[in-house]
Write a protein that binds this ligand. Structure first.
Ligand code: HXC
Length: 260
């Protein structure tokens, strides 16, 4: 596509990984409206592309994203942001069914941290820094920071971050549960790509079901989440790939999934 703020390609041994790089270096990948529109188009196209099974979202070595674009927000008034439902299009990516892995090097601040948290898995380079600095601008997080951060790191640390804007390191983010793995910064993209390739070897039917079911853990009461899980587990018995997976195990061979 003809994107101005992102670079989009397919990677992996079978081009099965959709790869998106935030590419607005002059503003440390701050997330202007145009960038978000482009990101949503790229995600939607990968979601619809039958050859793609997982997506990696990354930035540069200096910044994953330094937040929403402060210069673009500065002149906005209450009636503009309320009237246009500013930030609403950020939630479009929550409808993407394929797993999205955020590979975070450098700054993930404000909307950048929130964008990473809207992904399904976060890997961080060892020099990554996470923060919700909105309070220093006289505002608060607007794309999930006050909601997803407490679920990820607990109330005390989330409250401290939202009230001070202080950054946490990759190591702290890992021990708090915000990121699932920290690797040397120069190995981050390879690690995220390897993860995406390993996921891509699974049946897309099971990938969709697993993502949908884990996400229900954040939305539904336990009994409803467990019920959805049970139904999706049962439904997997209607797929060709579930039958193949269990046959392959009994026959001591590798499963060949066909996403059916
Ligand atoms: C617009 C930004 C920006 C941002 C950096 N830049 N962050 N422009 N919006 N969020 C621009 C700078 O103005 C500068 O451009 C260029 O990027 C390089 O940044 P520097 O500040 O010169 O770099 P450095 O000294 O290395 O400091 C890096 C930094 C700092 C610590 C990340 O840039 C910073 O504090 N940025 C703001 C972080 C922030 O407050 N994020 C939250 C935003 S609010 P020029 O042309 O001036 O040299 C938010 C709300 C979300 O995200 C709500 C819902 C989505």
């Amino acid at each position: 596509g003809s994107y101005k703020n992102i670079l989009v390609e397919k990677k992996g041994d079978k081009s099965q990984v959709g790869f998106v790089r935030l590419n607005r270096p002059k503003a440390l990948n701050s997330l202007c409206d145009d960038l978000l529109r482009e990101l949503n188009v790229a995600f939607r196209e990968f979601d619809a592309d039958p050859s793609v099974k997982a997506i990696v979202l990354t930035g540069s070595s200096k910044a994953f994203a330094a937040g929403a674009d402060i210069k673009e927000m500065q002149p906005k008034t209450y009636s503009t942001v309320f009237g246009t439902n500013f930030i609403n299009d950020w939630t479009e990516m929550l409808r993407i069914r394929k797993p999205i892995i955020a590979a975070v090097n450098g700054y993930a601040l404000g909307g950048g941290c929130e964008l990473a948290m809207m992904c399904d898995i976060i890997y961080a380079g060892d020099s990554a820094k996470f923060a919700q600095p909105e309070i220093r601008l006289g505002t608060i997080p607007g794309a999930g920071g006050t909601q997803r951060l407490p679920r990820a790191v607990g109330k005390s640390k989330a409250m401290e971050m939202c009230l001070t804007g202080d950054m946490i390191t990759a190591k702290e983010a890992e021990s708090a549960g915000l990121v699932s793995k920290v690797v040397p910064a120069d190995k981050l993209e390879a690690a995220a790509l390897d993860l995406a390739e390993r996921i891509s070897r699974m049946s897309l039917m099971a990938i969709y079901a697993a993502k949908e079911s884990v996400n229900a853990a954040y939305e539904a009461p336990l009994s409803q989440g467990l019920l959805l899980e049970r139904r999706l587990f049962h439904a997997s018995f209607g797929t060709r790939d579930r039958s193949e997976g269990m046959s392959a195990f009994t026959e001591k061979r590798a499963a060949e999934f066909k996403d059916e």
